[in-house]
Design a protein around this ligand. Structure first.
Ligand code: NOJ
Length: 514
């Protein structure tokens, strides 16, 4: 097991997309003081940690994933002091804060890139992946060409305005492809360590790392990238042993080997995450199939040798809102799953109240189809749903126009709301080590196109059977065990007797076993 900070054992994360969370200066865009102001809301829900999407200086061609200065908070969000104050306010509440580290690329407006484009050799010539002729393009996402005095094409990582930083090639094949231990590649790595050092020494608790699996090029099996992260791990162990690291990689067997504490299962990659929550017929909408997901999950656990945590998010800023695909009380069964699985759960802001995907929006800051999942948080039934005092047409992204849109205030005073259920589920998780990050899991029932999904979570002498039935029909399976106490039940729950478990339609149940 990778040495991990103690607090990760029972951490529940809340992802904040800063531009859409809470606007305190009336400019229509969320800000850092706005996040600080809502820490009590997040703590009241039961979350113990935050992941904040990039909040650094940027031309915002990709909502901040195109960084122009890694060490400066974007003025529209506030100042570095505001961010440091957020860290300390979070710590006062026993909470931890992860920033978003984007090590793979910068904005094309980053001063490093402006220098790198120059024809004369300088300190930044090798900071990015360049070919040595404008007529040769690197393979990958494409390249930036014809915009510099320098004769060459620069590889890009995602959008064409995001030039790829140079961490070297695992197997260099062309004369311009530098090795992982070339001077330029090492200098980039060191520069990224400096960025980490900058924020960790100011109170940040770690990073969510963007596209962590794609830094080294020509590295099909990820061997080079794993090696690179192992080197970063050594640096962190030596200087910031308490820093928590979570990767956007989607292949835990590789990322955990690289020294990350946690990796996400995502809407891309081999995990079958979508089978549960999105697109086609999701299992949690009651007419799907979870079997491939479970098989892959077991495979991932075995391959990653329990080295770290496999995190399953409710959603994020890149995928459709959960509530677009899973509806009504079925959302509660989905949260019963998310909050009873191993790994650290991640709740995307607004998912706890069932915020909807807003259809038909024009793309904002490179969001395209993702824009509908990034609309302003709905705090109450007042002006702009309590998000901002600005005029409605000044909001960063328009609000969900539905007059019945859910809001946090109403749900907090309704014991039957989704938010109240999520809060209850988090508090049950917190009270039972078996349900937490490191508790063991053994699947008790999962069938092809069949319900329910059931598993036993174990830690020391505590054993809890979780039974989830989002389908509209009663469902049963054979189970060898004896019930001691039902610790959570929703929708009529499930009964265990005579070697059989019977689950009510659209129900969830946690049964403590003898
Ligand atoms: C993944 C991020 O989550 C996404 O929002 C971004 O556009 C790409 N990486 C590029 O940085």
């Amino acid at each position: 097991m990778n040495r991990q900070p103690e607090w990760l054992n029972n951490a529940v994360f809340y992802e904040v997309y800063p531009q859409s969370f809470n606007d305190t200066n009336g400019d229509g865009i969320g800000d850092i003081p706005g996040i600080t102001e809502k820490l009590d809301y997040i703590a009241e829900l039961g979350c113990t940690a935050l992941w904040i999407n990039p909040c650094f200086d940027s031309p915002f061609g990709d909502a901040g994933y195109d960084v122009a200065d890694y060490c400066k908070v974007a003025p529209r969000y506030g100042t570095n002091d505001d961010l440091v104050n957020l860290f300390s306010e979070a710590h006062k509440r026993g909470m931890h804060v992860l920033l978003d580290l984007v090590p793979g690329h910068t904005s094309w407006k980053h001063p490093w890139f402006l220098e790198s484009m120059k024809a004369e050799r300088n300190e930044y010539t090798d900071r990015y992946v360049w070919t040595n002729s404008i007529w040769e393009e690197p393979t990958g996402y494409g390249s930036l060409r014809g915009i510099s005095d320098r004769d060459g094409s620069c590889a890009v990582n995602f959008f064409t305005h995001q030039p790829a930083l140079n961490y070297g090639y695992y197997k260099p094949e062309r004369p311009w492809q530098q090795s992982m231990d070339s001077e330029g590649a090492i200098a980039t790595r060191n520069a990224m360590k400096d960025v980490m050092r900058f924020w960790l020494s100011r109170g940040c608790d770690g990073f969510r790392v963007d596209m962590a699996g794609s830094l080294v090029k020509n590295d099909e099996d990820g061997k080079g990238t794993i090696k690179l992260w192992q080197d970063v791990r050594e640096f962190l162990d030596a200087e910031f042993p308490e820093a928590a690291m979570v990767s956007e990689w989607g292949e835990p067997d590789k990322s955990l080997q690289g020294g990350f504490h946690m990796d996400f299962l995502l809407h891309f990659g081999p995990s079958h995450y979508n089978d549960l929550f999105r697109y086609g017929q999701p299992f949690f909408e009651g007419n799907g199939d979870c079997s491939e997901f479970v098989k892959k999950y077991i495979e991932n656990c075995e391959k990653s040798e329990h080295k770290g945590l496999i995190c399953i998010p409710s959603g994020n800023h890149d995928m459709d809102r959960l509530a677009k695909w899973v509806h009504g009380d079925k959302l509660k069964t989905a949260f019963a799953f998310l909050l009873s699985m191993p790994g650290a759960p991640f709740i995307y802001y607004g998912d706890e109240i069932g915020m909807r995907y807003v259809e038909g929006l024009t793309s904002v800051e490179g969001g395209y189809g993702r824009t509908g999942s990034r609309s302003p948080m709905q705090w109450n039934s007042g002006k702009n749903a309590g998000f901002s005092d600005a005029e409605a047409d000044k909001l960063y992204i328009p609000l969900d126009p539905d007059t019945n849109r859910p809001n946090a205030e109403a749900q907090m005073s309704d014991p039957d709301s989704l938010r109240s259920e999520v809060k209850k589920l988090i508090s049950i998780r917190m009270a039972h080590p078996a349900l937490q990050s490191r508790g063991d899991i053994r699947f008790a029932y999962y069938g092809k196109e069949s319900y329910p999904l059931a598993y036993v979570r174990t830690a020391s002498d505590e054993k809890i059977l979780v039974v989830l039935n989002p389908s509209d029909k009663e469902a049963e399976f054979s189970f060898d065990g004896e019930a001691a106490e039902v610790i959570y039940s929703f929708g009529g729950g499930a009964a265990l007797s005579g070697g059989k478990v019977t689950a009510q339609p659209v129900s969830a149940c946690f049964i403590k076993l003898k």
